[in-house]
Design a protein around this ligand. Structure first.
Ligand SMILES: [Zn+2]
Length: 486
């Protein structure tokens, strides 16, 4: 699809097969080549157009996707972002091994000094590239929409505090979820604009008028909506709330007349959690049809239980019980109530697979898990298979089961193989357990360094693609329950 420059088959390595570039509206190529030199994509396009020798030299792969981009994630493998550096690396490594090569670490509401410490803990893995940035999910949220967050940690909007966190993060904070009805919302958004942070509306009970006012009076720039439909005032005919305002902004841009998108309107992106638990498939189909894949970000909102068996976990200061892959507040569960959903337990590729099963065209599902979040969040190097981009590539089989992952042209280490005594039938539908992953202990000495990304200064391997054995991947499966919270 693009001209290479001095690409030659004797330098670099390549893959040939069915390829989805990830660009919204670009569709897919039935027989394509992606050629990698060092950490970059040197050439990508139809095999018949490839520079001489590339198509022949490329290794065959069933399905080639861009590395996925998850902008809302709290952890994995028993680890929660913000606790310590090693845990952040393990959690990021888990998601990377499953195809998410750009991952935001989301921090739930916590006392200001705790958030400050967590931001500082995450700086190293962001600087090393193991994480793509930090997402503050709070603490300026509506108490009535706190979901699984600690209501005691919610505070009114405080620009001084936000500025302190942004300064401490030194550019690592890329987005913040806030409720537009919070105090000094206009100043909070101004600060976001000054620091290149994407404001994301969520955990909100605001009226439609309030949401419009905050969005339209703010300096222009990208917007996001945090896990739309979960922990946001529902759309009703007399109290429309934030949802229709966000959907229209996603389709038309902020402030445009209905149905008339102005040129160069900054993107507005709406998060969806397509795990079959948080949102019904019909709403996912509706969103793709109403705003399109260029305005949707599929996210996991995954917490520590991703890649782990059912059991008890923590989300911030809240105790969470995971049963059949669903994470819910333990306090509710123990009272015999269903309990507020407390994040997800899937990986982003699971969500892409679910969307395809629900009828979303594969290129659209992939775009919503790669180029759309990358573009909105200003991650210019990733999100698409195109010349010049960082060589973040996922190879799957025809059922979107991950076979190998490359980040910056290097193989991402797969997780350890399942010991023989644990091998058995596939995990049940919706289960968070990772194929090939024994249950790791939470003690630091037993942590699994094989889950880590290779360090960025590691020497390049001969043929990276051949060194990553396949990963089994249990399906996230079909939904079975109506859910309302996140
Ligand atoms: Zn979250």
């Amino acid at each position: 699809m693009n001209e290479g420059t001095t690409t030659r088959a004797d330098r670099g390595w390549g893959l040939r097969g069915r390829l989805v570039p990830g660009t919204s509206g670009a569709g897919e190529l039935p027989d394509a080549v992606v050629w990698v030199r060092e950490d970059r994509i040197a050439w990508c396009g139809p095999a018949e157009d490839a520079p001489q020798g590339l198509a022949e030299a490329a290794r065959r792969a069933p399905l080639i996707l861009p590395g996925l981009v998850d902008v809302h994630c709290h952890g994995a493998r028993g680890e929660t972002f913000g606790e310590d550096v090693e845990g952040a690396r393990i959690a990021a490594g888990h998601h990377a091994a499953h195809g998410t090569t750009s991952l935001f670490a989301s921090l739930v509401s916590a006392p200001p000094e705790t958030l400050l410490r967590q931001i500082e803990e995450l700086e190293a893995p962001v600087r090393s590239g193991e994480l793509a940035g930090i997402h503050l999910e709070g603490p300026f949220l509506a108490e009535g929409m706190c979901g699984a967050q600690d209501p005691a940690a919610l505070i009114p909007g405080d620009p001084g505090l936000l500025e302190g966190w942004l300064r401490a993060g030194r550019g690592t904070i890329r987005s913040i979820t806030f409720a537009p009805e919070t105090a000094q919302a206009a100043r909070l958004v101004e600060l976001c604009r000054e620091h290149g942070v994407v404001p994301s509306i969520g955990h909100s009970e605001a009226t439609d008028a309030r949401v419009r006012e905050v969005m339209e009076q703010a300096p222009p720039g990208p917007w996001s909506g945090t896990h739309l439909f979960n922990r946001i005032a529902p759309l009703t005919h007399r109290e429309p709330g934030p949802i229709p305002v966000l959907m229209r902004a996603a389709r038309d841009g902020v402030g445009s007349p209905p149905g008339h998108r102005a040129a160069d309107t900054p993107p507005v992106m709406l998060e969806l959690i397509p795990d079959g638990v948080h949102v019904e498939p019909e709403l996912v189909r509706w969103m793709f049809s109403m705003v399109g894949p260029g305005a949707i970000a599929l996210v996991t909102d995954a917490m520590a239980a991703a890649g782990m068996p059912d059991g008890r976990y923590a989300l911030g200061s809240m105790d969470v019980t995971v049963a059949d892959g669903e994470a819910r507040l333990s306090a509710d569960t123990e009272r015999g109530e269903p309990g507020a959903l407390a994040g997800g337990t899937s990986r982003l590729i699971d969500g892409v697979r679910n969307c395809v099963a629900w009828g979303i065209p594969l290129p659209d599902a992939v775009a919503a898990a790669s180029s759309t979040p990358a573009r909105t969040m200003g991650l210019a190097e990733v999100g698409e298979l195109a010349p010049g981009r960082r060589a973040d590539i996922v190879v799957t089989d025809g059922d979107l089961r991950v076979l190998e992952v490359h980040r910056a042209g290097r193989p991402v280490a797969p997780e350890p193989a399942r010991p023989p005594d644990q091998s058995g039938p596939m995990a049940p539908t919706g289960a968070p357990e990772t194929a090939g992953s024994p249950e790791p202990s939470r003690t630091p000495s037993a942590r699994t360094p094989t889950a880590l990304l290779p360090p960025l200064d590691a020497p390049a391997r001969r043929n990276p693609a051949e060194e990553a054995p396949g990963l089994g991947e249990p399906g996230a499966g079909e939904p079975d329950q109506q859910k309302e919270t996140a």
